[in-house]
Structures are given as structure tokens and as C-alpha cells.
Design a protein around this ligand. Structure first.
Ligand code: FES
Ligand code: FES
Length: 158
């Protein structure tokens, strides 16, 4: 066990856990931040997708010792604060398009969507179908068509 400090949803947090514990379990079991879902635990399903310094990552595949004190982790819980509103535009689009079915994969889908739109904007273009094809988050309920429509709508307000 040793202490690890990082920034979670805008606040500095410190945990005392095994160096090799992966971040998803630190978030969910130690810090009680349960938006990132546990699906596969092996970096395949993307249910746990969150942001590491603004980029999409899967906390089930990162050991807590690999997160530094200045690293910023954002989960779905902290997403609205990044725009200073109650809901991020991507969450509003999700509601407008009534995307969720069981809902399990959806926090990860939204976090992946926001990161993908940011990536496209940084590259100077609008989100395209080929960008959307790169999102690998699995939805066992098959909401993929609504996800794609919502991402395009949400992107227009980002
Ligand atoms: S739980 Fe992290 S990718 Fe599946
Ligand atoms: S909405 Fe059920 S897994 Fe995606």
C-alpha cells in the first residue's frame, strides 16, 4: 500500500492502495465514483471509458501508480463541470435522441463521444462517419444508430 494523489473531476484526491490496483477499482470501490462501469476489466468493452488529461482512456487498464499528481481524470460525473453547466451538450443530445436502453454502456459511450468530437475539432474538421467508426464501445442493447445521431447533434453544440 502507498499513497497516490491525482485530480479527479476537478478535485485533488489521495488514496492509500496497492500500487498495482487498476484505476477503475480505485474510482468505483475506494472513491465511490461509479459512472465508469465495469464490463470486461481487460480494455475491450470500453464501458469504463473516462478521460485522462482530456483524452479517452479505459481506467480498467491503468494502474494507479501510473497516474501522477498533476494528472486529471474526468468521469461522467465531472463532465458537466467542464462546460460549467448542469449537463454537457453531449448529455443533452443523448436525452433528445433517447439513446439509452438498459443504460449500462452509456456513460462510457458519452465520454468516448466527447473525446472523439474534441479530437476532430482539434484536427480542424467536423465529426465524420469515419471518426464515428473508430469508436469501439460495445453496446449489448444495440443502440448504435441512436448513438451516432446523438453524437452528431451534440457535436454541433460543443
Ligand atoms: S471494463 Fe474497461 S474496457 Fe471493459
Ligand atoms: S444501452 Fe444497454 S448496453 Fe448499451
Amino acid at each position: 500500500m502507498s499513497t497516490h494523489t491525482f485530480i479527479l473531476n476537478g478535485k485533488r484526491v489521495t488514496v492509500d492502495v496497492d500500487d498495482n490496483l487498476r484505476l477503475l477499482w480505485v474510482l468505483r470501490d475506494v472513491l465511490d465514483v461509479t459512472g465508469p462501469k465495469y464490463g470486461c476489466g481487460i480494455n475491450v468493452c470500453k464501458a469504463c471509458t473516462s478521460h485522462f488529461n482530456g483524452k479517452a482512456f479505459n481506467p480498467c487498464s491503468v494502474k494507479v501508480k501510473d497516474v501522477g499528481p498533476e494528472d486529471e481524470i474526468t468521469t461522467i460525473e465531472g463532465l458537466p463541470d467542464t462546460v460549467g453547466k448542469d449537463l454537457h451538450p453531449m448529455q443533452e443530445a443523448w436525452l433528445e435522441y433517447d439513446v439509452a436502453q438498459c443504460g449500462y454502456c452509456q456513460p462510457g459511450q458519452i465520454m468516448a463521444a466527447v473525446a472523439k468530437v474534441r479530437q476532430a475539432q482539434a484536427a480542424g474538421h467536423e465529426i465524420s462517419d469515419s471518426d464515428l467508426d473508430e469508436i469501439r464501445n460495445i453496446c449489448r442493447c444495440g443502440t448504435y444508430n441512436r448513438i451516432r445521431e446523438a453524437i452528431k447533434a451534440g457535436a454541433a453544440h460543443m
